[in-house]
Design a protein around this ligand. Structure first.
Ligand SMILES: [Zn+2]
Length: 328
């Protein structure tokens, strides 16, 4: 994902060099009026809400914390609206160098990850998917057709068509139907949850209502979708931005943030999900800090490194009511 907040601030600086994904787009939700009633307030926020916690008493093999690395392969998609050679090459770096470097690290550490891939990224670099699937524990999830902003698509039928064709594309490319999604820029429209449900997906990782997995509620009803939340605190893009100038912040500062997030998750026995972008964190000085972070986590006992597919499967195995709910 790339945060809408980030885009908003970049737009102020240089609208022309980024040229896309500004703020909330045209398809946002109706605002809550100054004189809204309690009923109006409650119904205005009801489309997607936090339901019950889904963290099990313990994770696989008695682990006290689950750690999910996620890799959003945005690459050239972020230059889609103004595809000029130099910024495109910054996106290409994600495929040629960033992703192979991250995969080599994960392979060396023997830990799986979840890769959210816009279909456009897979089209431009078809070699990425076989490279990811060399580790059979890795999970590939949806991240849009061309990293389109769902709230900006005011036509629900078009949003559905793009979701469906993204599923078809990844199914063909990977040989397995995806079960998870992270919305491009982590941005839901008011229709997105309904479309995700209709498509039969099992988990989402776009929301940030808690630090641990929860069931999504929609208009007071259980949606049967497992939310494995993301957090902008663990999103490399928030710190380094698009230009990868390498100036600041120090990659070492990010290690301290990663460490703090992990330490409290470990104490609270929940989950950490880390978001990397290959064209951002795949740079040399940054990947070294990711490696240091993995080594730090590995120095603790009872840590389960898992893909989001594995986390969702584990939760569903523990929770019969969720299985029943999803069948409806
Ligand atoms: Zn993204």
């Amino acid at each position: 994902m790339t945060s809408k907040f980030m885009w908003a601030s970049f737009f102020l600086i240089s609208a022309s060099s980024f040229g896309q994904e500004g703020g909330r787009g045209g398809g946002g939700a109706p605002s809550i009026a100054d004189d809204a009633t309690e009923q109006q307030i409650k119904s205005a926020v009801a489309t997607v809400r936090v339901g019950r916690k889904l963290t099990p008493a313990s994770w696989s093999n008695g682990a006290r914390v689950a750690v999910c690395f996620t890799v959003d392969i945005d690459n050239e998609t972020l230059q889609r609206r103004n595809p000029l050679p130099v910024p495109l090459s910054g996106g290409e770096y994600g495929a040629t160098t960033g992703l192979p470097r991250i995969l080599a690290l994960l392979d060396h550490e023997q830990i799986p990850a979840t890769f959210f891939i816009p279909a456009m990224s897979a089209m431009l670099h078809p070699e990425m998917i076989p490279a990811i699937l060399k580790n059979s524990r890795n999970d590939i999830g949806l991240h849009g057709w061309v990293h389109e902003s769902w709230p900006s698509i005011t036509d629900m039928a078009l949003e559905e068509r793009l979701l469906d064709q993204s599923i078809e594309y990844l199914t063909r490319a990977t040989g397995t139907r995806p079960i998870g999604v992270r919305a491009p820029s982590s941005a839901f429209s008011l229709h997105s949850l309904e479309l995700i449900r209709k498509a039969g997906l099992q988990y989402d990782s776009s929301l940030m209502g808690m630090d641990e997995p929860y069931e999504i509620m929609s208009n007071g009803k259980r949606a049967g979708i497992i939310e494995i939340p993301m957090s902008n605190i663990l999103n490399d893009y928030e710190y380094y931005g698009e230009n990868a100038t390498g100036a600041l912040p120090s990659p070492e500062a990010l290690f301290e943030i990663y460490k703090g997030e992990f330490d409290l998750a470990y104490r609270e026995r929940t989950l950490v999900s880390i978001m990397l972008h290959p064209h951002v964190s795949g740079h040399r000085s940054r990947v070294l800090q990711v490696e240091k972070f993995i080594d730090y986590m590995k120095s603790k006992p009872d840590v389960w490194f898992a893909s989001m597919r594995e986390v969702a499967a584990y939760i569903r195995k523990q929770d019969g009511s969720l299985r029943e709910q999803t069948k409806q």
